[in-house]
Design a protein around this ligand. Structure first.
Ligand code: AP5
Ligand code: MG
Ligand code: ZN
Length: 212
């Protein structure tokens, strides 16, 4: 099963991706996580990506498509995958379709919808693990020990692009560039919409139900 997760910043894509991948027993990748790994490792790609991410705008399509299509080429992804944060432009969606054309494209696009005000509230309290990038929230889902990741013991920190002024820009970019991707998959009959406003548990259950 080949699944993509769509949704505005803070919708819960990263929170839910692991659960969906476990359920389907497939691998997963998040384009944002791959860029942040590159920033942490001081690669050329990381330097380039940071110059866009810090402003809340998208990394250019050619760079992003090369990164994700490279990941998809690995044999582990042959039995399916969950993608979080890609595709984010119609150009990326078309490239993904083209790359998967011999396999009939993706099977399902899950769109987690939350209102803007909820995105803003969630990102204001979000922290992620520097090592494994698992998301936490200071009140909704804090780590058991403050500042330390439950899963890997890594340091938990606030993302640079979660500053309020950058969040506003990321939301604008979502509506301008990524909302058309939602319509693109709706047109292909591959879209399922999930209300992302419930608890983490409720949204997870709704996503699992949509997969069945
Ligand atoms: P990326 O890292 O993908 O950021 P994003 O899409 O803005 O999404 P987020 O990670 O902010 O939100 P999420 O939906 O994962 O929410 P989470 O689960 O953490 O991209 C960052 C940047 O990288 C982009 O701006 C761009 O520059 C670049 N980039 C990435 N992909 C690209 C691409 N394809 N093309 C070009 N550029 C690209 O949850 C958020 C918070 O809410 C957490 O604190 C969580 O605990 C909490 N929470 C989750 N669910 C609930 C719930 N149900 N109730 C209450 N709280 C909840
Ligand atoms: Mg995320
Ligand atoms: Zn961790």
């Amino acid at each position: 099963m080949k699944v993509i997760l769509l949704g505005p910043p803070g919708a819960g894509k990263g929170t839910q991706a692991a659960r969906i991948a476990d359920k389907l027993q497939v691998t997963r990748a998040a384009s944002g996580d791959l860029f942040r790994d590159n920033i942490r490792n001081c690669t050329e790609l990381g330097k380039l990506a940071k110059s866009y991410m810090d402003r809340g705008v998208l990394v250019p399509d050619d760079v992003t498509i090369r990164l994700i299509m490279g990941w998809l080429d690995a044999p582990e992804q042959a039995k399916g995958f969950v993608l979080d944060g890609f595709p984010r432009t119609v150009g990326q969606a078309e490239a993904l379709d083209k790359g998967l054309s011999d396999k009939g494209g993706i099977d399902l696009a899950l769109y987690i919808d939350v209102p803007k005000a909820e995105s803003v509230r969630r990102l204001a309290g979000r922290y992620i693990c520097r090592n494994c990038q698992r998301p936490y929230h200071e009140t909704v889902s804090p780590p058991a020990k403050q500042g330390v990741c439950d899963k890997c013991g890594g340091e938990v920190y606030q993302r640079d692009d979660d500053r309020p002024e950058v969040v506003g820009r990321r939301l604008e970019v979502f509506f301008e560039e990524t909302k058309p991707v939602v319509d693109y998959y709706r047109g292909l009959g591959k879209l399922k919409e999930i209300n992302g406003e419930g608890s983490i548990e409720d949204v997870g259950n709704a996503l699992v139900a949509a997969l069945e």
